[in-house]
Design a protein around this ligand. Structure first.
Ligand code: UDP
Length: 453
């Protein structure tokens, strides 16, 4: 375990923009007073498996800052076993929970259990008798459960993964995880449709964003960051690999995610191929930027490198005319603020943001784009469909033939951007009211208080 030190002040930003957050702030202060009586001075430990990359790492820093400013003792631990097989197991489990059949789970299981056993022993030295434990996702679940078995503490399991259907593959995984949930008083899921068979009470809290994080804040002036590693497919007859500033100055559609087959990056590439081939001359100017973390920096996602290479291969197979307009951007995760600034600026300047995931429990990148007031086009993966109401705050594309439909949307955006402006305004207003972290904190108090009572 490593502790991540979090500091900063977030609350003052909300107060300074009271006109947007008035009611939410009133509710926040009211519920904080009540929660302080119950939670008191006990420490709340958030435990997940990475400080960089992915939705959980994105949400925790400002969530923790806010709670500290509201008078709570909150700390953050990362459970990061060195064994490669540990994360191979948890990634396979992640895929299986999305009903993707994966071989080798049984062979990898002993590595996961062994690392979890060591983790449990380590937790004995860290967690004090009165502390509260808040575990995120399956990676640290078993270590925490084994620790809690011998050292009971009030505890919540927050599972960010969700799948709305029951299938034999999915049920088998819930059954396995369910064995370790008896030590927890509550489970928190992103949507009620993700509930599975368990005796532990379930609370629903959708993920949320911080309007003031380096990712979501408004950027002005030239970018202070450079791209360490980007792949563009220009041959010598075209311009050299562009700088971040060049990309930001051009017109482009954007996709942001980890390099992961479920994110549907191949579908965006295929859609863009169709768009360029069929586009009018004026639409030619719109490029495609696919941005994700440098896969070598994301320890808990061992498939990232392989999938990134698959995306490179897909791009090299495009015709010259198409591929010279595509940029695959790998952003180092070593400097969190630099990464966030690059992603945030790419989102801010995009001519439309696409998320065509095959499966998605909740797509934080879609909410980030909605918050920025961008036209957002998503697949009908369950989580995305809940975030975007077709025609109201964005566009939802149904299966099948999603690549054709996405190509049409690219065309529409390229030649008729103003048709999307009302939707984008609605998207931003809706996010301000219901997707910021202060809107969800009262729900967290409720769960924590229920776990304590
Ligand atoms: N992200 C990032 N840098 C990258 C790629 C992604 O900071 O290079 C962030 C992205 O902005 C979002 C999170 O990682 O906040 C991804 O969350 P999402 O729910 O979309 O997907 P997950 O990775 O959790 O499956």
């Amino acid at each position: 375990f490593d502790e991540v030190l979090v500091e900063g002040s977030v609350l003052a930003h909300y107060v300074a923009e009271r006109n947007h957050y008035d009611e939410l702030l009133d509710e926040l202060f009211r519920s904080s007073g009540e929660a302080r009586n119950m939670i008191g001075s006990r420490c709340i430990w958030h435990i997940n498996s990475t400080a960089f990359g992915g939705g959980v790492a994105e949400m925790l820093p400002h969530h923790i800052c806010l709670l500290r400013e509201l008078g709570f003792d909150v700390r953050w631990l990362i459970f990061k076993p060195k064994e490669e097989q540990f994360f191979q197991f948890t990634k396979a489990l992640h895929n299986s929970l999305h009903d993707v059949k994966v071989a080798g789970l049984n062979d990898l299981l002993p590595h996961y259990l062994e690392a979890s056993k060591k983790g449990a022993a380590e937790l004995e030295r860290i967690i004090r008798p009165d502390d509260f434990v808040l575990i995120h996702d399956p990676q640290p679940l078993v270590a925490a459960a084994k620790f809690l078995e011998s050292h009971p503490h009030p505890a919540i399991w927050r599972c960010h993964i969700g799948y709305p259907k029951r299938t034999p593959t999915v049920d088998k995984i819930w059954e396995f995880l369910g064995e370790y949930l008896h030590q927890f008083q509550r489970i928190v899921l992103s949507a009620k449709e993700y509930a599975f068979d368990t005796d532990v009470p379930i609370d629903i809290i959708p993920p949320s964003i911080s309007p003031f994080s380096s990712k979501n804040r408004n950027y002005e002036g030239p970018a202070g960051q450079t791209l360490d590693h980007s792949v563009s497919f220009n041959s010598q007859e075209f311009e050299p690999t562009p700088s971040l500033q060049d990309i930001l100055g051009s017109r482009y559609f954007l996709h942001v995610s980890r390099w992961d087959g479920l994110k549907g990056i191949d579908r965006i590439i295929a859609a863009y191929d169709r768009f360029v081939k069929s586009a009018l001359a004026e639409a030619y100017d719109t490029r495609l930027v696919i941005a994700g973390p440098d896969p070598l920096d994301v320890a808990d996602d061992p498939e990232g490198r392989e999938y990134f290479e698959k995306c490179v291969l897909l791009c090299t197979q495009l015709s010259k005319e198409v591929r010279r307009r595509v940029y695959l951007v790998c952003i180092s995760m070593k400097d969190h603020d630099a990464n966030a600034e690059i992603v945030g600026r790419l989102q801010q300047n995009a001519h439309g943001v696409f998320a065509l995931s095959r499966e998605e429990g909740f797509g934080l990148t879609a909410t980030e784009a909605l918050f920025r007031g961008k036209p957002v086009v998503v697949s009908s993966a369950f989580g995305l469909k809940r975030q975007v109401v077709n025609g109201l705050n964005g566009v939802v594309l149904d299966e099948p033939d999603i690549e054709d439909k996405a190509a049409e949307m690219m065309h529409h955006l390229a030649v008729g951007y103003s048709d999307f402006e009302e939707m984008a305004r609605t998207a931003r207003e809706h996010c301000l009211r219901s997707s910021t972290q202060i809107s969800q904190i009262p729900k967290w108090y409720h769960s924590i208080q229920s776990a304590l009572s």
